[in-house]
Ligand binder design. Structure first.
Ligand code: ADP
Ligand code: MG
Length: 553
């Protein structure tokens, strides 16, 4: 690449910069969080590469972040001894928007107009957030590749940037120099910078210095003994990890020795504020090997149905030089995953037993993802116990019933667990199949979401009880139960004249419906409704048929 070249930003970056520079912010502090996290990532890469034997320039350089500020010149610098960038990498990494934070931000910003302020703090907007405070930025960087040329990138964040060869003999790493906007000169204050770091970057695993003074203090929390850690420290770590402004709903800190050694610190986010952004496809836990970050949001560490969990796993048992590609086939990862899964399920089970309200809150937050667990056969019992449905026994549509609740309320002699699908409680009440259950006072689970029936179909049984769609219930078994006292008397038995009338009517209906039905029969299950559709014995429920039809289209 030619030295001293000028480049125009890609259209989407110009758009992002427009939003960033033209919004009014209540929380500009986070620009420092972003720069520090990039510095930390760059040093994680050094730690990772040197552990796997890659030769790097300045191999002996201490891994640290140095921040300085010049009150008079309104300048801040953020320097790291990380992996650095070549000029090609500068164009590639700083010139594109492929990385997650900014792309998500743009999508949200487009949805919400330019109210960037309300969303900017929630996920990493990345490097460009520096233009909330910067009039001009330069990046002086030298790649860790032996013999790489140091380069300088400069921009005012409007339209274009330049790249030139750096003067002097720069060591490996990156220095970001920020000339503050007039309305942001307050940031050129070491105390202000220290307090921002304590708030947002306290858990960065490399030392951070402001004007030579060490600021961040937190060790790798997950490696510390539990009894030494306060709730506040856990919450702070969670905020550091997720950028969520709300405390987590639950925290799970585990140390396991067999069959594989690992420490994990896991959180259940509390999404009730609606302030938490979660992409169901982007899940996973951060993987460390002996405190060295190997992969962020690694999917193989947790099943998707527990993908709402956030946190870190750190193991001694993997080699540091494991490549990200071979992680997937690694047996130890599979063992960590199954242990993590069991521990999380056990924790949720305990929460459900100890604090029904807290569990209900969890359920409302995360049931959509959690329900995907119906395929986890190894943990089917725990999964089934954690399920909640609305039920005819609940006072309203908000009520939550577990399968165990249902069983505890079963009638004497009742063997099966019954359910009906429908879009709402009202819709289900109008379903004629529910009538006999109401009359007999037999509880029915209400399934509002399409996935519910798949779940019950996959489970088939709970304890010794079959899970049965109301429309497929065994009528003889239901008839054996007396009508509930408060319902009106059963219809009178049919007389000979009635039989004949019905026979004529049924013959007429059969001839009208023809091939479309298998049979037309007199029903004993209905009282308030004139007719209902039933599936042949052993057939699929009508709801299931509808779903399969939709899916096969
Ligand atoms: P993200 O960190 O989510 O990838 P950023 O906008 O913060 O997005 O950074 C974009 C990219 O620029 C990074 O992925 C990295 O490749 C590069 N980068 C930024 N800062 C540094 C740095 N201090 N050292 C090395 N590379 C950096
Ligand atoms: Mg970043």
């Amino acid at each position: 690449m030619a030295t001293n070249s000028t480049h125009t930003f890609k259209a989407e970056i110009t758009q992002l910069l427009d939003i960033i520079t033209n919004s009014i912010y209540t929380n500009r502090d986070i620009f420092l969080r972003e720069l520090v996290s990039n510095a930390s990532d760059a040093m994680d890469k050094v730690r990772f590469l040197s552990a796997s034997g890659t030769e790097l320039a300045d191999a002996e350089a201490e891994l640290r972040i140095d921040i300085t500020c010049d009150k008079d010149a309104h300048v801040i610098t953020v320097a790291d001894t990380g992996i650095g960038m070549t000029s090609e990498e500068l164009v590639e990494n700083i010139g594109t928007i492929a990385h997650s934070g900014s792309a998500t931000f743009m999508a949200e910003a487009a949805k919400n107009g330019t109210k960037a302020d309300s969303i900017i703090g929630r996920f990493g907007v990345g490097f460009y957030s520096v233009f909330m405070v910067a009039r001009e930025v330069s990046i002086t960087t030298r790649s860790g590749q032996p013999g790489a040329t140091p380069v300088v990138w400069t921009s005012t964040g409007t339209g274009s940037y330049t790249i030139a060869e750096a003067e002097g003999d720069n060591p490996r790493g990156t220095t970001i120099r920020i000339t503050l906007k007039d309305e942001a000169t307050e940031f050129a204050d070491p105390e202000r910078l220290r307090s921002i770091i304590r708030e947002h970057s306290n858990f960065v695993s490399f030392p951070i210095f402001v004007d030579g003074e060490r600021v961040n203090t937190q060790p790798a929390l997950w490696r510390e003994p539990k009894f030494q850690i306060t709730k506040e420290q856990y919450d702070d770590f969670y905020t550091f990890l997720t950028y969520d402004s709300k405390a987590p709903q639950d925290t799970l800190h585990i140390a396991v020795d067999a069959p594989v050694q690992f420490n994990a610190l896991l959180f259940v986010p509390d999404m009730t504020s609606g302030n938490f952004f979660n992409d169901p496809e982007k899940y996973g836990l951060d993987l460390y090997v002996r405190r060295v970050l190997i992969a962020r949001r690694h999917k193989d560490l947790i099943p998707q149905y527990l993908g709402f969990m956030r946190g870190v796993v750190d193991t001694e048992d993997l080699p540091l030089n494991i490549s990200r590609e071979t992680l997937q086939e690694n047996l130890l990862i599979g063992k960590i995953r199954s242990t993590v899964t069991k521990q999380v399920l056990a924790r949720l089970t305990k929460l459900a037993q100890d604090d029904a309200d807290a569990y209900a809150n969890f359920w409302r937050n995360h049931h959509k993802v959690f329900k995907l667990g119906y395929g986890d056969y190894a943990n089917r019992d725990a999964f089934a116990d954690l399920l909640r449905f609305n039920s005819s026994a609940d006072a309203d549509a908000e009520g939550l019933t577990s399968l165990a609740d249902y069983v505890s309320r079963m009638k004497d002699g009742q063997k099966d667990i019954y359910f009906i699908s429908g879009t709402s409680r009202e819709a289900i009440r109008l379903n004629p199949h529910g009538e006999i259950f109401r009359r007999k006072g037999i509880e029915v689970l209400y399934l509002y979401e399409p996935i519910d029936e798949f779940i019950l179909d996959a489970l088939r049984q709970y304890k010794d009880h079959d899970l049965v769609a109301a429309e497929q219930a065994d009528m003889a078994a239901l008839d054996a139960f007396a009508d509930a006292e408060d319902t009106a008397a059963a219809p009178e038995a049919l007389g000979a004249d009635d039989e004949r009338t019905f026979e004529d009517m049924i013959a007429t209906m059969k001839s009208i419906l023809g091939e479309r039905v298998e049979d037309v029969r007199i029903s004993r299950r209905l009282k308030d409704s004139p007719a209902c559709l039933v599936s042949p014995d052993g057939g699929m429920s009508s709801q299931m048929q509808k779903m399969l039809q939709i899916m096969s289209k």
